[in-house]
Ligand binder design. Structure first.
Ligand SMILES: Nc1ncnc2c1ncn2[C@@H]1O[C@H](COP(=O)(O)OP(=O)(O)OP(=O)(O)O)[C@@H](O)[C@H]1O
Ligand SMILES: [Mg+2]
Length: 255
C-alpha cells in the first residue's frame, strides 16, 4: 500500500471542475513532482489532500488511515502537511518563533490551546526541535532575525521549516523555488533532496521550474484542466507529445 492513496478526487467550484477524477499514489520515500499549466488544479489538489478544501467526492488514505473529511489539524497530526504557494509566515516574529508558532497553529484546533496548551517541558522539547530544523535548513544563523527581514529565498525556506515543525512524514511543497535566483534555487533543491535522503521524508512538489522538477523528482504526475494527463519518469514526461502540447510547448522551457 502506498503512503498516500488518493482515489477519484473531484472538486467543483460552482460549474467549474477544478479537480476531475484524479488518482494519486505516492510511495514512502518518493520525491514526486506535479506539473501542469496555470490553473490546471495543482494547488486545489494540495488543498484537498491537506484538508484545507472539502472534496466534492473521492477518498484519500494516508498511512493506512482514511483522512478525507478530516480537519487539517488532524491530517497534520497524522503526518501530512503542506506549504503555501506564497510566503506563509508570521512576518513580525523571529525565525525561531515562527517555527514554534507553526507547530501549535497547525496541530492545535483552538488558539487558546495553541497559546496556553503546552507545559514547560514540552515547550523546551519543541524549542530544541525547532533549532534542529533551522540547523538542517541552514537557517539557524537567522534564528533571532525578524522573519520579514529575510531574503526571499530564506523566507520560502522558512515556510518549509514551519511545515516541518509538525514532524511530518509527507510534505507537500507548492512552488518551493518560485521567484528564486539560481543560487537560491540550488540551495532549496539541495535541502529538499536532503529531507528525503537524511530525514526519510516523502515529498510531493508542485513546480513550474522544469529544471528543478526534472532534477529531483523520480516520478512526475502531469495535470491538465483538472485531470491527470499522464505519469512517468522525467524522461517519459518530457518526451510525451501530449505533455509537450499541453504544457511544455506553451512555455519557453529548456529541458
Ligand atoms: N476557492 C476557489 N473558488 C473558485 N475557483 C477556484 C478556487 N480556487 C481555485 N479555483 C479555480 O480552480 C482552478 C484551478 O486552480 P489552482 O489554483 O488549483 O491551479 P494551479 O494549477 O495551482 O495554478 P498555478 O500554476 O497558477 O498555481 C482555476 O480555474 C482557479 O481559478
Ligand atoms: Mg497553484
Amino acid at each position: 500500500m502506498a503512503l498516500l492513496e488518493a482515489r477519484a478526487l473531484v472538486k467543483r467550484f460552482g460549474g467549474l471542475v477544478a479537480v476531475n477524477n484524479v488518482d494519486l499514489d505516492v510511495e514512502a520515500g518518493e520525491i514526486r513532482g506535479i506539473i501542469g499549466p496555470n490553473g490546471a488544479g495543482k494547488t486545489t489538489l494540495f488543498n484537498l489532500v491537506s484538508g484545507a478544501l472539502r472534496l466534492s467526492s473521492g477518498t484519500i488514505t494516508f498511512n493506512g488511515e482514511v483522512i478525507s473529511g478530516r480537519k487539517p489539524s488532524h491530517i497534520a497530526k497524522a503526518g501530512l502537511v503542506r506549504t503555501f504557494q506564497r510566503n506563509a509566515m508570521f512576518p513580525n516574529y523571529t525565525v525561531l518563533e515562527n517555527v514554534l508558532l507553526s507547530r501549535h497553529t497547525q496541530i492545535e484546533e483552538t488558539l487558546f490551546k495553541a497559546i496556553f496548551g503546552t507545559d514547560r517541558e514540552e515547550e523546551e522539547r519543541n524549542r530544541a526541535r525547532a533549532r534542529e530544523i533551522l540547523e538542517f535548513l541552514e537557517l539557524d544563523i537567522y534564528a533571532n532575525e525578524q522573519a520579514e527581514n529575510l531574503a526571499h529565498g530564506h523566507q520560502r525556506l522558512l515556510g518549509i521549516a514551519n511545515a516541518l515543525a509538525v514532524e511530518p512524514r509527507l510534505i507537500m511543497l507548492d512552488e518551493p523555488v518560485a521567484g528564486m535566483n539560481p543560487t537560491e534555487t540550488a540551495m532549496v533543491t539541495d535541502h529538499i533532496r536532503r529531507l528525503r535522503d537524511e530525514w526519510n521524508m516523502t515529498v510531493i512538489l508542485v513546480e513550474h521550474d522544469m529544471r528543478t522538477v526534472m532534477e529531483i523528482c523520480e516520478y512526475i504526475t502531469v495535470i491538465n484542466f483538472g485531470s491527470k494527463l499522464m505519469e512517468g519518469t522525467p524522461k517519459e514526461v518530457s518526451q510525451n507529445p501530449e505533455v509537450i502540447e499541453a504544457y511544455l510547448g506553451s512555455e519557453e522551457i529548456d529541458i
